[in-house]
Design a protein around this ligand. Structure first.
Ligand code: AHR
Length: 518
């Protein structure tokens, strides 16, 4: 959509004059079209503020008004072929249909996050580093579906073990040079592992000492630092420490943040740094810390090295999980006013959690799965336990506690191992999936590996009893999800295990997909 000249010149004047963020937010919101991104992207706004992007990564949209290149690359499992995923239009949204058709009937991982800035700081699979393990896993391309401006897109789903890196960058701050960065995360997908980061890190993937990093951290790790409440928090990973403010450990000014879509900001220059955050769907930014560097050796001046990481710590620690949609790094310390206009651009982009359908076997839908075996179990639903990680069936009704209802509610995902099948993510334990192990069903954290993907993928078929749906294990196709003695398994119709008993097998493996309890 071409905007009237008065709007374009008004925006230029607004940015040049550094007018109030509230006014800018109103103008940008009022002029955004639902079918197309704003004609300015976040990087145009940073450039207008004198702090241009030197890295701009997104799998969901263009971050410059004129960007028309690829956003990311996927690789499919069936033949290892790769494909760049681009935009619906210049400056617009991701063309997710390209991914859907390329990855049909197989699985895909994200191999490259292209840098939209002229610096070409692409992110690829993180190599092994100082921390144990590596190289890292690549993100399943289907695990983080969203809509942006009403258009389907996919985020980068970082299961523990997953990470991206560029140790040979151009234009990223080094030493004590100033820089800024923001990222949009899923505020519900986090853990306490080290370290779900996006930003500046060591160029050798090793811990080279205090002050050698400056990255946004998101999660509830409280080993080094914490804010108020129980987390998760936005903190700065400055190496050998996640900082929530000027002190080590607790800084109560850094709040627990729980927005589904979260704008997270860290910026730093000579003896000055800040943490800011906000709801990426609406409203402005708050400043959680702004002030001098920690009074600890190594952090003033800083010793930034200029690599870029996503989903991992500076030394390639990879116990963390989270979801990334977009983020940039700048040259120079952006003003709060510039960031406020970026936030207005983000909220105008229209992030949404995707499917609004419930009770259907469509990826993104929330469902509950009801047993059909009469008379024992027709008020019983597939749920995970809270006391352990087993999966069982239990009676749930409208008076059941909210935790029980949530335990019996699943988010349908495209099959981790095959997009023509399905996986089931717990609604109250993001990142944890229904999977079989030794033929029994458990709720476990996705570790990003191919064995886990297979164990967590089930192909829906007509109900074995003639009622509802049965769910066939993708790697043990004679076995289906079954309840037996109120516990869940994958079971064959006859076999050596007690749960392979042929009596009631057809009923026990047939489920009704119903409206979610939570
Ligand atoms: O600063 C926290 C973490 O400590 C860093 O990310 C990592 O390099 C080190 O283990």
């Amino acid at each position: 959509m071409i905007k009237p000249p008065w709007i374009r010149s008004a925006r230029r004047a607004l940015l040049a004059a550094g007018a109030t963020a509230a006014l800018a937010a109103g103008l940008l919101t009022a002029t955004a079209a639902p079918s197309q991104a704003a004609t300015q992207g976040p990087c145009d706004i940073y450039a207008a503020g004198g702090t241009p992007c030197v890295a701009a990564h997104s799998t969901t949209r263009a971050l410059y008004g004129t960007y028309n290149g690829p956003l990311y690359q996927v690789k499919r499992a069936s033949d290892n072929a790769t494909k760049d995923i681009g935009l619906l239009s210049a400056g617009g949204y991701a063309d997710a249909a390209q991914q859907d058709s390329f990855c049909a009937n197989t699985s895909c991982v994200i191999t490259v996050l292209y840098d939209q800035s002229p610096k070409h700081n692409n992110l690829t699979q993180a190599p092994a580093g100082g921390a144990a393990g590596g190289p890292d896993n690549l993100a399943n391309a289907f695990e983080a579906p969203v809509t942006v401006g009403g258009h389907k897109a996919y985020g980068v789903y970082v299961a523990p073990g997953t990470g991206y890196r560029n140790n040979n960058t151009n234009g990223i701050a080094t030493g004590d040079q100033p820089e800024g960065m923001y990222a949009i995360f899923n505020g519900k997908h986090f853990n306490g592992g080290c370290c779900f980061d996006y930003g500046n890190a060591e160029t050798n993937s090793r811990d080279t000492g205090n002050g050698h990093m400056e990255a946004i951290y998101f999660g509830n790790n409280n080993h080094w630092g914490s804010g108020s409440g129980t987390g998760p928090w936005i903190m700065a990973d400055l190496e050998n420490g996640l900082f929530s403010g000027v002190n080590q450990h607790l800084n109560s000014g850094d709040p627990t943040v729980t927005n589904r879509f979260l704008t997270a900001i860290v910026k730093g220059g000579p003896n000055q740094w800040a943490i800011r955050g906000g709801d990426a769907q609406a409203g402005g930014l708050s400043t959680y810390y702004s002030g001098v560097r920690p009074n600890i050796s190594g952090y003033n001046p800083m010793h930034k090295e200029g690599a870029i990481i996503l989903g991992i710590g500076g030394d390639n620690s990879k116990g963390a999980q989270g979801t990334f949609y977009e983020g940039v790094m700048t040259q120079g310390y952006p003003s709060d006013a510039t960031e406020n206009v970026v936030q207005a651009n983000v909220t105008a982009a229209g992030y949404n959690s995707g499917s609004t359908s419930t009770g259907t076997l469509t990826p993104g839908s929330r469902i509950s799965l009801k047993a059909t075996t009469s008379p024992c179990c027709t008020s019983h639903y597939l749920r995970h336990n809270d006391a352990d990680n087993k999966v069982v069936i239990a009676g749930i009704n409208s008076s059941s506690p909210a935790t029980d209802k949530a335990d019996a509610t699943w988010i349908v995902r495209a099959g981790l191992d095959n997009t023509s099948c399905l996986s089931f993510e717990s609604v109250d334990k993001p990142g944890q999936f229904l999977r079989h192990s030794n033929y029994q069903l458990y709720l476990n954290t996705d570790n990003g590996g191919s064995s886990f993907a297979k164990d967590a993928t089930f192909c829906p078929t007509s109900g074995n009893s003639g009622v509802g749906t049965s769910f066939q294990s993708v790697n043990f196709p004679t076995r289906y999800i079954r309840h037996y003695n109120y516990t869940a398994y994958i079971a064959g119709n006859g076999g050596t295990n007690a749960w392979d008993n042929t009596k009631s097998w057809a009923q026990d493996t047939s489920w009704l997909t119903v409206a979610p309890w939570s």
